[in-house]
Design a protein around this ligand. Structure first.
Ligand SMILES: NCC(=O)N[C@@H](Cc1c[nH]cn1)C(=O)O
Ligand SMILES: [Zn+2]
Ligand SMILES: [Zn+2]
Length: 481
């Protein structure tokens, strides 16, 4: 590739920033919320919209059926997975790119300043659900490909895409597609590297490259005391209330300092080595800025930087998320809910296995339930995905670091991340290749929260970063089998 290609690509990206924003606006306008079946057609529409974008850059695409999920004993069709292939030159490196097109739910009434599914630009930021998680980054790959095409240069790598629309809901059906269909069909045979852009910088100014994620073990704890909701003036004092039982159980799970109270939960956590300990000391992380950015009065662990990073990245944490069936709307509703479902999750870490964690949680909840001696019905179910770590000393990471330096003129931090992308470890195992997370967004993007955004700078420079990453990976030797 001629030396002037990348500057031309970067200029094209700068010159076309408005077009890239417009496309993100179109993507954000499709409310592809995976956890609510009401939006299932929008998820399918989102996948089809993206299929068109891949076709437009010349990829061959397929929508792969991944079957059904069971919701309230009903079978609901899962959105298809978009699989794409662009280029098959045996002399080039092949990168497999994964991303997701679904989003977390969002309502203006949750406290958004603007409509969540309408991308709004304000103060150099693009606000909208999915702007940073993960529609902006997924579109970034397409824009980077387009930029090479627009300046008349061949893409220096072959690409394979796996884009799903169920990531925010446990990636149902995806592992089976990857391991039982795509792998036997030979999809991974020529894959040399795997790259995912679905996380964020640690802070707001310094880019990073990510080599670890926590897994997630998500629980639904259901308690039923009656066939229907009850008037508390008529029935209060006469029934064993489901909500009272649920609050009791949920309060037994974790203490006020965040210590998980489930017996044995810390037993298999990978021990902290002296070498690993030193890593946390060298990382640039402004704990007070982090605290202020979320408006918290005080952080856990007395705000100690090393402890905060370790508890985000390499220790498990348990969060209580909500209660279905509870009167969460404003107003003094006086009902006794007949059935409530408490939702909580544990972010799991190396070397915790989901099956082992689920058993510990089930045993603990059953023990507490037996001690409670409630006549009500209790049921607990779980869905889980494993933690992932990778070797950050690999040439793939060095290539991504060179690309990052080219765009941001600074050394990226090698970081881990507290969130989860369940399919990462599956891709690592299915391909047998080095997997790398290359974040586009900043640490204050507020993914999953109110007013999610991506900075215009991160979006546009991120597209250049992806183009530079293609260039740097193309120069790597083919990894040995
Ligand atoms: N950007 C990754 C992300 O947000 N992942 C989700 C995954 C998940 C799993 N179950 C529910 N959500 C996360 O919460 O980490
Ligand atoms: Zn995501
Ligand atoms: Zn997410």
């Amino acid at each position: 590739m001629a030396d002037r290609t990348l500057p031309q690509v970067f200029k094209y990206v700068d010159d076309n920033a408005e077009t890239f924003k417009k496309l993100l606006k179109e993507a954000v306008a499709i409310p592809s919320v995976s956890c609510d079946v009401k939006y299932r057609n929008d998820c399918v529409r989102m996948v089809e919209w993206m299929q068109e974008k891949l076709k437009e850059v010349g990829a061959t695409t397929e929508l792969r059926d991944v079957g059904y999920q069971t919701i309230d004993e009903k079978e609901v069709k899962l959105p298809p997975v978009l699989v794409g292939v662009l280029g098959n030159d045996p002399l080039k490196q092949t990168i497999c790119i994964y991303g997701h097109l679904d989003v977390q739910p969002a309502l203006k009434s949750d406290g958004w300043d603007t409509e969540p599914f309408e991308l709004v630009e304000r103060d150099g930021k693009l606000f909208g659900r999915g702007s940073t998680d993960d529609k902006g980054p997924v579109l970034g790959w397409v824009h980077a490909i387009n930029a090479y095409k627009a300046v008349g240069e061949e893409l220096p790598v072959n690409l394979k895409f796996v884009l799903e629309c169920m990531e925010e809901s446990g990636s149902e059906g995806l592992d089976a597609l990857l391991l039982e269909k795509l792998k036997p069909e030979g999809f991974f045979k020529d894959v040399d590297y795997v790259c995912i852009s679905d996380n964020y910088w640690l802070g707001t100014t310094k880019p990073c490259i990510t080599y670890g994620l926590r897994g997630i073990s998500y629980y639904f704890l259901e308690i039923q005391c009656a066939q229907m909701d009850l008037h508390s003036g008529v029935y209060g004092g006469t029934v064993h209330e489901a909500m009272t039982d649920l609050i009791y159980l949920m309060n037994e799970l974790v203490d006020k300092n965040g210590k998980i109270l489930i017996d044995g939960i810390y037993d298999s956590v990978a021990p902290l080595t002296d070498n690993e300990k030193k890593l946390y000391t060298n990382i640039d992380f402004d704990t007070d800025g982090y605290r202020k950015s979320i408006g918290a009065p005080k952080l856990a662990h007395n705000g100690d930087k090393e402890q905060i990073l370790m508890h985000r990245w390499r220790f498990p944490s348990l969060s209580l998320h909500g209660i279905e069936g509870a009167a969460f709307q404003p107003g003094a509703k006086t009902v006794i809910p007949g059935k409530v479902i408490g939702k909580f999750s544990i972010r799991i870490v190396p070397n915790q296995e989901p099956e082992e964690v689920e058993k510990l949680v089930f045993d603990f909840v059953n023990k507490k339930w037996a001690a409670r001696k409630s006549p009500n019905k209790m049921r607990i179910t779980a869905q889980s995905g494993r933690a992932w770590t990778e070797n950050p000393d690999h040439p793939h990471y060095q290539a991504a670091a060179r690309a990052t330096r080219m765009i941001y003129l600074t050394e990226p931090d090698m970081s881990r991340e507290g969130g989860s992308i369940p399919v990462t470890i599956t891709l690592q195992e299915a391909s047998g290749r080095n997997v790398l997370l290359l974040p586009m967004g900043a640490g204050d993007d507020m993914a999953h929260s109110q007013n999610e955004k991506i900075n215009v700078r991160n979006y546009i420079e991120g597209i250049k970063l992806f183009a530079a990453y293609f260039h740097e990976v193309s120069k790597l030797p083919k990894p040995s089998k």
